[in-house]
Design a protein around this ligand. Structure first.
Ligand SMILES: Cc1cc2nc3c(=O)[nH]c(=O)nc-3n(C[C@H](O)[C@H](O)[C@H](O)COP(=O)(O)OP(=O)(O)OC[C@H]3O[C@@H](n4cnc5c(N)ncnc54)[C@H](O)[C@@H]3O)c2cc1C
Length: 408
C-alpha cells in the first residue's frame, strides 16, 4: 500500500479486502489448474455472495449504482490487493475485465433503457459481457480500420462482421460490438458501439482461441465470433452514431489503470515467490541462492521497479480523477507499456530463480506468464503507446507529424 495515496476510506477498506483475498481466495487458487472450470464457477459464486455481505461489491461503481463512490486512485489500490489472488480476485469482486470496462462505459454513455436492460443485471453479477472490436483481417492497432458493418434498416441495425479475441464471450449475455455505421465520415467518426445480445440469431461463437496452447473457458476465454445479419434495435446504440472511437478511448483510459494495478498485484505475488525461493534453495552447503549477487540484483531491481510503477500508476489515476482521461492521455500511454514490461520482467526473474521448476505448474508463475504475455499487445501494443507518447512530446517541440501527414 502506498502511504502517499492512502485516504481514510482506503485505510478502512484495504485491510478487510486483503484479509478476504488472502484467507478465502488464495488457498482456492492452489487447485486452479486441475479443478474443472464449472466447479470453480460454483465455488466463486459463494465467494461473491460473501463479498456482497462484506459490503465490498462493485467497488469501482458510483454510490448511486451500488458502489462506494471511490476515486479511480482509491479503487486502483484495492484492485492491486484483489490481484494477490490473480485468478479469482477481480471476478470475486465483480471487477473483472471486460465487464468492468463495459459497466463504466454503459453507466456513462448508455441510455436509460440500455441501463435497465443490460447494466443492472451486470452490476448485480447475474450476467457477464464482452467487448468485440478486434478483427482477424484488419490491424487492431488501428481501430479506424474495421470490416464489421451495422446498416440501418428501419428501427434496427443489421450487423455483419468477423471478430476475434473477444475475451470472455463464452457464456456472456451480450457483446459491445464496434461496427462501421457511417462509412463516408472521417476515419475517427465512422464506427459506433452497439450492444448485441449473444442469443441474437446470426451471432456465432466459432471457437475459443487457444493461447500458448491453452484454451480458456467462460470468463477466461478469447473467442472468434461471426456476426451474420444480426438484427438489433437501434436503441442498442451506446452514445451517438459515429462516436465509437471516442468511446473506446474513454473506456480504455480508466481501464488501463485497472489493468496496471492488477499487474502490480501480480508482480508483488511473483516477487514474494522469488524471495521465498532465494532464502529456501541451498546451492552449496550452507549457502542459499539469495546469497548470490546476481539474485540480489534481481531482488533489488524488482523491488524498485514495482514501487516506481505503482507510483506512476497512482499519479496517473489521480490526474484522471482531477482532469479526466483525455488530459491525462500521455501518462496513460506511458504506464501501459511501462507496467506491462515491468511485471513481465519480474515474472520472468521469478521463473528464472525457480530453475526448471519455474517452467512447470508447481508454482503459478509459468501459467501467469502464459496468461499475461498478451499485456504487451492488447489494449494497444507497446509500440503504439510509445509512438503516441513520443509524438505528443515532439509536438511540443514543434514537430506535428499528424498534421504533416494530413497536409500531404
Ligand atoms: C489475450 C488477448 C485478449 C484480448 N482481448 C480483446 C478483447 O476483449 N476485445 C477486443 O476487441 N480485442 C481484444 N484483444 C485484441 C488486441 O487488442 C489486439 O491484439 C491488439 O490491439 C493488436 O492488434 P492486432 O492483433 O491486430 O495486431 P496488429 O495491429 O496487426 O499489430 C501487430 C504488431 O505490430 C506492431 N505495431 C503496431 N502498430 C505499430 C506502430 N505504429 N509502430 C510500430 N509497430 C507497430 C506491434 O508490435 C503489434 O503487436 C485481445 C488480445 C489478446 C492477445
Amino acid at each position: 500500500m502506498e502511504a502517499l495515496f492512502a485516504t481514510e476510506r482506503i485505510k478502512e477498506l484495504a485491510p478487510i479486502l486483503k484479509q478476504f483475498v488472502l484467507e478465502e481466495l488464495v488457498p482456492l487458487e492452489k487447485d486452479h489448474l486441475t479443478r474443472p472450470f464449472k466447479q470453480t464457477e460454483i465455488i466463486l459464486q459463494e465467494k461473491r455472495e460473501k463479498v456482497k455481505a462484506l459490503g465490498l461489491w462493485g467497488l469501482h461503481l458510483p454510490k448511486e449504482e451500488g458502489g462506494q463512490g471511490l476515486t479511480l486512485c482509491e479503487f486502483g489500490q484495492l484492485s492491486e490487493l484483489m490481484s494477490l489472488a490473480p485468478y479469482y480476485g477481480q471476478y470475486s469482486f465483480n471487477c473483472q475485465p471486460p465487464d468492468i470496462g463495459n459497466t463504466e462505459l454503459i453507466s456513462k454513455f448508455g441510455s436509460e433503457s440500455i441501463k435497465q436492460q443490460f447494466l443492472q443485471p451486470l452490476l448485480e453479477g447475474k450476467i457477464r459481457s464482452c467487448f468485440s472490436m478486434t478483427e482477424p483481417e484488419f490491424p487492431g492497432s488501428n481501430p479506424t480500420r474495421l470490416g464489421t458493418t451495422a446498416v440501418r434498416d428501419g428501427d434496427h441495425y443489421v450487423i455483419n462482421g468477423h471478430k476475434w479475441f473477444t475475451s470472455s464471450a463464452d457464456g456472456a449475455a451480450f457483446a459491445v460490438v464496434m461496427a462501421v455505421t457511417n462509412p463516408e465520415a472521417l476515419p475517427h467518426e465512422r464506427a459506433s458501439m452497439i450492444i448485441v445480445p449473444t442469443d441474437t440469431p446470426g451471432f456465432e461463437l466459432v471457437r475459443n482461441i487457444p493461447i500458448f496452447g491453452e484454451t480458456g473457458e467462460g470468463w477466461a476465454s478469447h473467442a472468434e465470433i461471426r456476426y451474420t445479419n444480426c438484427r438489433v434495435p437501434v436503441s442498442n446504440l451506446i452514445g451517438q452514431e459515429g462516436a465509437g472511437f471516442r468511446l473506446a478511448q474513454e473506456r480504455l483510459g480508466p481501464g488501463r489503470i485497472h489493468h496496471c494495478m492488477r499487474w502490480i498485484g501480480i508482480a508483488e505475488k511473483a516477487f514474494d515467490l522469488l524471495c521465498k525461493r532465494a532464502v529456501s534453495r541451498e546451492m552449496e552447503e550452507g549457502v542459499m541462492l539469495g546469497e548470490k549477487q546476481f539474485i540480489q540484483g534481481f531482488i533489488a531491481e524488482s523491488r524498485v521497479e514495482i514501487d516506481a510503477a505503482r507510483l506512476l500508476v497512482l499519479r496517473t489515476a489521480h490526474n484522471i480523477d482531477l482532469y479526466g482521461a483525455k488530459a491525462t492521455r500521455d501518462q496513460i500511454a506511458g504506464i501501459k507499456f511501462y507496467v506491462a514490461n515491468m511485471f513481465l520482467k519480474v515474472l520472468d526473474r521469478a521463473i528464472q530463480v525457480h530453475g526448471g521448476m519455474g517452467l512447470t505448474d508447481e508454482t503459478m508463475l509459468a501459467n501467469l506468464y502464459q496468461h499475461e504475455r498478451g499485456a504487451r499487445i492488447w489494449d494497444g501494443a507497446d509500440e503504439v503507446h510509445k509512438q503516441s507518447l513520443a509524438l505528443s512530446i515532439l509536438k511540443q517541440y514543434g514537430l506535428d507529424i499528424k498534421k504533416k501527414k494530413a497536409n500531404k
